[in-house]
Design a protein around this ligand. Structure first.
Ligand SMILES: *Cc1c(COP(=O)(O)O)cnc(C)c1O
Length: 468
């Protein structure tokens, strides 16, 4: 028998930048500090719910508390000049229009679309672009359901932030679930669909059902796994336990599982505290009872989780609760990265020390991994080759599938925080994949593996249809 956890229901109550003065716990800050917080919240997304405020943040230790850093705007997130200008505008009661104008200008300076997300990854069907999807890696399609473009609480470092702050022309909104199913029917090389956002778990069960059901059709038997990327298990675990439609949601998940699909909840856990509350543990238990596998991933963020003990503790708790450590990401080159970034050398160190402290069960995790333009690049280690100190890098994912699992070398650099700051080792002028990436960019690349004629159907020993 699973242990029984009793959880009191809670109603979802959320605060945004206009409500900062209504959060009692913020009274401990000076008025200058509050102005700065409001100014940052004009530019970067801010939204926090009551559960996070009451149960995850340790208010005795703000502003250093990692959960506080994760959810609340910090003055250091904007360049000092920009911060002062924004505070000034707020204090002299500038119009909403003036504020928006200024905010957008600052946002544009913060690299809102890293890794060629807009130009390179939008798939096409019958010659028309499908803006609610990304198909960067052959096996997996990312899907952004239009009703899942917000979150229960925003993370201050979010790289999807342009979606929330109203830069309409850049918003990846899905038109409909139909398009997704049609695209997948035309693409037998895809075996995994990853719902992402925002957070798809802000959707009601009946809305989510509209998206999931078409994927269970027999014609889509090549879809082996359906993944849902979400931070709800951390920010709002009640979603799975006491919300009105939590039971209905569990039935939907059971159905996906019973239809022979692997359902993976790709849970974003940044800190062990997020797993410490009874409701967070109950959520995991319910998800697993419904047949879902919970896999865990998060970026390494300065001031939030940049210590080996934090990660070792996080992975151990995940193992205890039956969840699987999956990825440690490097914070992307966007938004207030100067505030959060950790050099790759230090990230590798934190990862390695943490990895040593868990058994092999926790070593399913891979990292530190950068989701960069050519692919997911793992910083796999440091080595010395013929007297030259190098980073050993490896493609975990790549735009060209033949690059997957290939290692390559960069000059060791203690300061570098992203792939574009690294130089190829051994005197090479450029990375071997660079000419191909350039060509892809120039040709508005649509990958050759989307071509049905190049994919062969095969019926396996077990009667499953596979495509190769
Ligand atoms: C990470 C990622 C995926 C999934 O990669 P896995 O290695 O299968 O987890 C798919 N598409 C994009 C664009 C990604 O960044």
């Amino acid at each position: 028998m699973p242990k029984q956890i009793t959880v009191e229901p809670r109603s979802f109550q959320v605060y945004t930048r206009r409500d900062l003065d209504r959060i009692p716990q913020l009274q401990r800050f000076s008025s200058d500090e509050l102005w700065a917080m409001k100014a940052v919240a004009q530019v970067l997304p801010f939204r926090v719910n009551r559960y996070v405020i009451d149960e995850l943040i340790d208010w005795e230790h703000v502003p250093d508390d990692p959960m506080f850093q994760l959810a609340f705007p910090q003055p250091g997130m904007l360049p000092p000049g920009e911060l002062d200008r924004m505070v000034d505008l707020l204090q002299k009661d500038a119009t909403e229009q003036e504020l928006q104008h200024e905010a957008k200008r600052i946002q544009r300076g913060l690299n809102p679309h890293p890794a060629g997300q807009v130009e390179l990854n939008v798939p096409h069907l019958d010659g028309k672009p499908l803006p609610g999807m990304q198909h960067k890696y052959r096996e997996t399609v990312l899907f952004f359901p239009s009703s899942g473009q917000t979150c229960h609480t925003y993370c201050t470092y979010c790289f999807r932030w342009p979606q929330f702050v109203g830069l309409d022309e850049l918003k990846f909104a899905a038109r409909e679930a139909d398009q997704l199913a049609n695209y997948l029917k035309a693409h037998p090389e895809v075996n995994s669909v990853l719902f992402t956002g925002g957070d798809p778990m802000v959707m009601k069960a009946r809305v989510l059902r509209r998206y999931l059901e078409p994927l269970l059709a027999e014609e889509l038997d090549h879809i082996v796994s359906i993944r849902i990327g979400t931070k709800a298990p951390a920010w709002w675990p009640h979603r799975f336990v006491t919300d009105d439609d939590a039971d209905e949601l569990m039935r939907l998940f059971e159905e996906v599982h019973q239809k022979g699909r692997h359902l993976a909840i790709m849970a974003h856990y940044s800190h062990p505290r997020e797993l410490s509350t009874p409701v967070a543990q109950a959520a995991l238990e319910r998800l697993q009872n419904a047949g879902a596998t919970v896999r865990c991933q998060a970026p390494l963020i300065r001031r939030v989780n940049d210590a080996a003990e934090t990660w070792a503790d996080l992975w151990k708790r995940q193992i205890v609760l039956g969840a699987v450590p999956y990825y440690m990401f490097v914070e992307r080159d966007t938004g207030p990265r100067h505030w959060f970034e950790v050099p790759l050398a230090r990230a590798l160190d934190i990862f390695t020390v943490a990895l040593r402290r868990v058994s092999g069960l926790g070593r399913t995790v891979r990292g530190p991994s950068m989701s960069a333009t050519p692919g997911k690049v793992l910083v796999d280690g440091v080595a010395e080759v013929h007297g030259e100190k190098v980073f050993v890098l490896k493609f975990l994912q790549a735009r060209d599938p033949s690059w997957v699992n290939r290692v390559f070398f960069a000059k060791y650099d203690e300061q570098a925080t992203w792939l574009d700051e690294l130089k190829p080792a051994f005197g090479e002028k450029q990375w071997w994949f660079q000419p191909v990436i350039k060509m892809m960019k120039k040709q508005g690349w649509q990958p050759s593996w989307g071509d049905r004629s190049r994919v062969r159907k095969r019926v396996t020993h077990f009667g499953h249809v596979e495509w190769e």
